[in-house]
Design a protein around this ligand. Structure first.
Ligand code: ADP
Length: 187
């Protein structure tokens, strides 16, 4: 089962991706988590991306694509994965298709977390207070949301056109969104 979660900041996709990972026993592969872990560990990649994450801009495609190519090649991802935070640009989506096609695989379903900007922003204010992530300040969050609309929404259109997009009403409670996913996922 090769799944993607797509949606803006504050749409709840990370929470649901973790649940799917637990229920289906497939890894939750989050580019944001991987970059933050690299920053904490002060690896060369971490040192390179730290100022980019702090600014809210996107990490260059070549770095992100290489990271995902390596990660999806690992043993635990062979049975499937739930990818969170990637692809975020059309270039990344094309690279993902190519890397999966070259090993005879593809994306099965794409869960799209549909939520208004207002509610997303409200949830992010709650998360900023709870987690204190340094890129959750109002200015940087606004920048991340703008990049989402500009660069990532076309990716949503791409999967809709491919007929594998599953729109979810992400304004409901966490459990209600989980129910929608349970019903939508192919066994
Ligand atoms: P959010 O979705 O809340 O913005 P993430 O944890 O997914 O947060 O990502 C945090 C940051 O990591 C992004 O703002 C960006 O700098 C970087 N990042 C994550 N995924 C990607 C990606 N696919 N392409 C480029 N940069 C990325």
């Amino acid at each position: 089962m090769n799944l993607l979660v797509l949606g803006p900041q504050g749409s709840g996709k990370g929470t649901q991706a973790k649940r799917i990972s637990d229920v289906h026993g497939i890894p939750h592969v989050s580019t944001g988590d991987m970059f933050r872990a690299a920053i904490v560990a002060r690896t060369p990649l971490g040192n390179e991306v730290a100022p980019i994450l702090a600014s809210g801009e996107l990490v260059p495609d070549e770095l992100t694509i290489a990271l995902i190519r390596d990660r999806l090649g690992e043993e635990d991802a062979l049975r499937g994965f739930v990818l969170d935070g990637f692809p975020r640009t059309l270039e990344q989506a094309e690279a993902l298709d190519e890397m999966l096609a070259s090993i005879g695989r593809g994306i099965d379903q794409v869960l799209f977390f549909d939520v208004s900007d207002e509610l997303a922003a409200e949830r992010m204010r709650g998360r900023a207070a709870a987690e204190g992530r340094s890129d959750d300040t109002p200015d940087i969050l606004a920048r991340r949301l703008a990049i989402y609309h500009e660069q990532t929404e076309p990716v949503v259109g791409r999967y809709r056109a491919a007929g594998i997009l599953i729109p979810l009403c992400a304004e409901l409670s966490v459990d209600d969104v989980s129910d929608q996913i349970l019903k939508a996922l192919k066994p």
